[in-house]
Design a protein around this ligand. Structure first.
Ligand SMILES: Cc1cc2nc3c(=O)[nH]c(=O)nc-3n(C[C@H](O)[C@H](O)[C@H](O)COP(=O)(O)OP(=O)(O)OC[C@H]3O[C@@H](n4cnc5c(N)ncnc54)[C@H](O)[C@@H]3O)c2cc1C
Ligand code: FES
Length: 508
């Protein structure tokens, strides 16, 4: 998603605006010098904060005010109006706050406020270990330090790269429109500055939940007081002849992405196996590199199982408009040299093949340790597993979702980060149930699709607006109840739907 590089617009808030121009519950964007500033009045109080989200620069004035928070329209981050803190991911850094004054019928924004000091919490002797350097693991470590945890934090990851913005690996970075320095979630210095002992290329092979000890592949042992398992998911590989060749890839890590980019530099043709989110986003990214792309998948319509037929047809047409060739109700039976052999006959030559046929949660550590497993690692609403002091978050966690009333496991970036944050707060002794509406976004060319809620099955799809015109809210319902809402360029409705789901669940 591109950031807004234009200079700040709207009124000069240092000169003041009429107080009557800002009703209660409203926001407006203005500026103080070169700083874009959001002015908000909520429950009779005035707030002034940076106008753009610290995630991808979303315009907060187009979002929502909910209680004491401002919500970003693009990927639903929550910011405290009072302090600017990024309370709920995907934004992690705070907004700057300004002093505001209402005087003689006018509102003036004054000087910048200082960030409130961090209070230290926990014992310096305590050791929290995080297994996993992805969305959930990183967000947990960041939250522990943000809340002043005084003890040791160790993050173990078998990846060779420090935590990255994984969604970018199938979008702008893969397409060549984002430089690599956008990809790390934080620079290397950040870990040392925040006393997070990040150990990369470190595979954890076993967990003893009773003696609170991990064993690494090297044989060395690490003791912990509290543990977060955030091992994520791994791509399903295809057991077909030729799938082990160097031009055949899956896409999960920065290393996987670099390998695809390397070959994409000279490739003329690509085959993407699987019309999943990752498969189709990869197709779009490779088209941006002017590579001929063939998508081969067994289903009749791409993403119909998640979105329903109308959005499925739209997504197919959108990719076809950009030159993608679909081979649906078909599969690849072998990759013979550079030729991908179609089940229904024929071969497609490809210099690069990307397999995007889904992922499996990495539950082996938890399972071998005897933790409760239920198609994922079972956790309660505080993200704690069946073992005291051991938490799990992200793609591996199956939790009691208060919104659907079901135990669910999802593979969404924002959910993983927020669960990591919630696990961190609970590890610090701040009881915090996970109550966020599941949210994900996907980007296909210039079309972002937002999805809030969770619907595995539905009996009705209500469409407001026009899918083909890229202006719609698509509600998935069962028994008259809205389970999930997909939307295109209807950010406010998407935010409102998530808030309504959360409020309903909180009241139940
Ligand atoms: C290319 C791509 C694009 C995506 N785009 C989107 C998107 O647009 N929107 C969206 O909502 N979601 C998206 N997702 C999904 C999202 O990235 C995941 O849901 C999220 O990363 C899950 O976070 P996690 O922390 O559970 O796992 P991960 O981020 O996968 O992190 C797991 C970590 O654990 C480490 N690990 C695993 N096992 C061990 C072990 N035994 N020892 C040590 N370390 C271990 C791994 O190396 C990794 O560092 C995308 C995923 C991919 C791959
Ligand atoms: S731009 Fe604000 S949450 Fe992504």
């Amino acid at each position: 998603m591109a950031s807004d590089e234009k200079g700040p617009t709207g009124p000069d808030l240092s000169k003041g605006i009429l107080a009557s121009d800002l009703r209660d519950g409203a926001m407006l964007a203005g500026h103080i010098g070169e700083d874009a500033v959001l002015l908000a009045r909520q429950n009779g109080r005035l707030f002034a904060l940076s106008a753009h989200c610290t995630h991808y620069h979303g315009p907060l004035a187009d979002g929502l005010l909910v209680g004491a928070t401002a919500r970003c329209p693009w990927h639903h981050a929550h910011f405290s109006l009072e302090t600017g803190e990024a309370i709920a991911a995907p934004a992690l850094s705070p907004l700057t706050c300004w002093q505001v004054e209402e005087r003689a019928g006018n509102i003036f924004v004054k000087s910048k406020k200082a960030q409130p000091p961090t209070k230290t919490t926990g014992s310096t002797n305590e050791h929290i270990v995080i297994v996993g350097g992805g969305a959930a693991g990183f967000a947990a470590a960041e939250m522990l330090r943000r809340r002043g945890f005084a003890g040791r934090v160790t993050m173990l990851s078998n990846d060779d790269a420090a935590p990255v913005d994984r969604p970018n690996l199938s979008k702008d970075y893969l397409a060549g429109s984002a430089p690599e320095d956008w990809v790390p979630l934080r620079g290397n210095d950040w870990y040392a500055e925040n006393k997070i002992d990040l150990k990369l290329k470190t595979d954890v092979v076993s967990l003893d939940a009773k003696s609170k000890e991990l064993t690494l592949e090297s044989g060395s042992k690490i003791k912990f007081d509290k543990l977060l398992l955030a091992t994520g998911a791994e791509p399903v590989r295809l057991d077909i002849p030729g799938a082990d060749q160097p031009h055949v890839h899956t896409l999960r890590s920065l290393g996987d992405c670099r390998a695809i980019i390397d070959q994409a530099k000279t490739a003329k043709r690509a085959v993407v196996i699987g019309a999943s989110f990752i498969g189709l986003e990869t197709a779009a990214a490779l088209r941006a590199r002017d590579i001929e792309v063939h998508v081969v998948a067994p289903e009749k319509r791409p993403l119909e199982r998640v979105f329903g037929p109308q959005l499925g047809d739209f997504i197919r047409a959108l990719h076809e408009e950009h030159g993608v060739k679909f081979h649906l109700e078909n599969s690849i039976t072998a990759i013979d040299g550079k030729g991908a052999v179609l089940k229904n006959g024929g071969t497609i030559d490809a210099d690069v093949v990307v397999i995007g046929v889904g992922v499996r949660p990495r539950v082996a550590l938890a399972e071998k340790a005897g933790l409760a497993i239920d198609k994922g690692v079972s956790v309660n609403e505080y993200m704690e597993t069946s073992a005291n002091g051991i938490y799990a978050a992200g793609d591996i966690a199956r939790w009691p979702d208060a919104i659907s009333g079901e135990r669910i496991r999802v593979e969404h970036w924002v959910v993983a980060e927020r669960q990591g944050q919630v696990a961190a707060l609970n590890m610090l002794g701040i009881p915090t149930p996970f109550g966020s509406a599941p949210f994900f976004w996907s980007q296909h060319y210039d079309v972002p699709i937002n999805y809030v809620g969770h619907a595995e099955k539905w009996d009705t799809i209500d469409i407001e607006g026009d899918v083909v015109k890229r202006d719609c809210v698509v509600r998935h319902k069962r028994g008259g109840r809205v389970l999930a809402v997909a939307s295109i360029y209807r950010d406010k409705e998407s935010l409102e739907a998530g808030v309504a789901m959360e409020h309903k669940a909180a009241k139940a």
